[in-house]
Design a protein around this ligand. Sequence first.
Ligand code: NDP
Length: 264
Amino acid sequence: QVLPVVGAPKGVKVAAFSEKPLTGKLAVVTGAARGIGAAIAEVLAREGATVIGVDRPADESVLGTTMSSIGGIACPLDITDADAGKKLAAVAAQKGGKIDIIVHNAGITRDKMMRNMAAHLWDMVLDVNLGAIVRCNDQLLAGDAFGSNARIVCISSIGGIAGNAGQTNYAATKSAVIGYVDAMAKQLEGKGISINAIAPGFIETQMTAAIPVVTREVARRLSSLSQGGLPVDIAEAVTFMASPLAAGVNGATLRVCGQNLVGA
Ligand code: NDP
């Protein structure tokens, strides 16, 4: 169904959402076994997408359960695998299509004050939270694995905007994701692919349960979601970015942290 657009030149029409807006779309969500990634997978599926959920092979049974509950496809894969993008393209092709939506959600923390930060912990966080996203997108682009009007959504963090003591590695990656998205949006101009970021505030998940108490309390104060936001809050924002409603949004970072208390 199409409707005329109010105030638009004659003949310009927009699809009405009489059906689920992501029907027929193939979506990849990384870190989909639990937490924010599982919620994203669920909401994308609710809106009609077929979801390929990616998580580390060690979480295979959890991933399988999460994906079967939403009729999705479990893809056990470590996103730091040097060929992760190529492997995802192959899985998508097996399912008969190109990737319409990819949500780079998998992320880790390895919090330490800088004086105690071992080099391998610094590198590990950089590789999962930043390097893997860049490599994966490069491989998907090189392999022509994205569908037309594809949407790339990267999960950053309010910690990448405000910083947090003990999270130098994490904040550096989440801040870099914002710059990467901004630059890639310009680089992808004319290709019909948009790329945006979401910067969540404090969300109650296994990740935040595991971080040291002091870091956790400061992280809470970076957003007015002081009781902890819910994974579904992020999932709804991601789904907006992936939907036709966000057709004019590119290179943007959407903060989903309640009231902006960061001051930036
Ligand atoms: P969780 O730790 O609860 O879930 C992350 C999932 O990603 C886990 O299943 C994890 O598996 C998986 N994962 C980690 N590394 C890899 C990898 N190399 N390959 C494949 N899967 C991997 O985190 P959240 O749900 O809380 O966070 C999701 C995203 O949101 C992250 O990018 C995080 O930085 C971001 N974020 C979270 C906030 C919060 O308050 N929770 C706030 C701001 C941003 P495994 O258990 O094996 O590590």
